[in-house]
Design a protein around this ligand. Structure first.
Ligand code: DQA
Length: 144
């Protein structure tokens, strides 16, 4: 089984970016934890980050050719991007939406996600563990 862990804009800044909201774990540490968890669950993990909407769309389209599923934190594009939603709809593999922060406890514009309806499920508010929960759920679904 192969899984893409995909991070959107500004997530490369994790560790120093608003740690009171996003925690102090760096992106490289999340990627390391997910790679180890993947080994434990029997999944090969590839991690990618892009600050660009088109780069994320390219990664999703490419994942269609090699991955069994995607764990995706679209960052701020969650709330704005019809193009990312269309890309998720266009690929036949399951995508799980994850967020470090509890978006419902924040500004109202973060309460809307344009992508949730085309994702298999959503995890929000558990810090880096949102990725862990998302990955576990995705692997279980694919195995089933
Ligand atoms: C985020 C939440 C988004 O609203 C925000 O724009 C981000 C990070 C999160 O992981 O909590 O960049 O996706």
């Amino acid at each position: 089984m192969k899984i893409l862990i995909l991070h959107g804009p500004n997530l490369n800044m994790l560790g120093t970016r608003e740690p009171e909201i996003y925690g102090s774990t760096a992106l490289a540490d999340i990627d390391h934890k997910m790679t180890e968890l993947g080994e434990h669950l029997g999944a090969e993990i590839k991690c990618l980050q892009s600050n660009h909407e088109g780069g994320l769309i390219d990664a999703l389209q490419d994942a269609r050719t090699w991955a069994d599923g995607v764990v995706f934190n679209p960052g701020g594009y969650t709330h704005t991007s019809v193009a990312l939603r269309d890309a998720i709809s266009a690929i036949a593999i399951p995508v799980v939406e994850v967020h470090l922060s509890n978006v419902y406890a924040r500004e109202e514009f973060r309460h809307t996600s344009l992508i949730s309806a085309v994702c298999k499920g959503r995890v929000t508010g558990f810090g880096w563990r949102s990725y862990e929960l998302g990955l576990r759920g995705l692997v279980d679904i694919i195995k089933a």
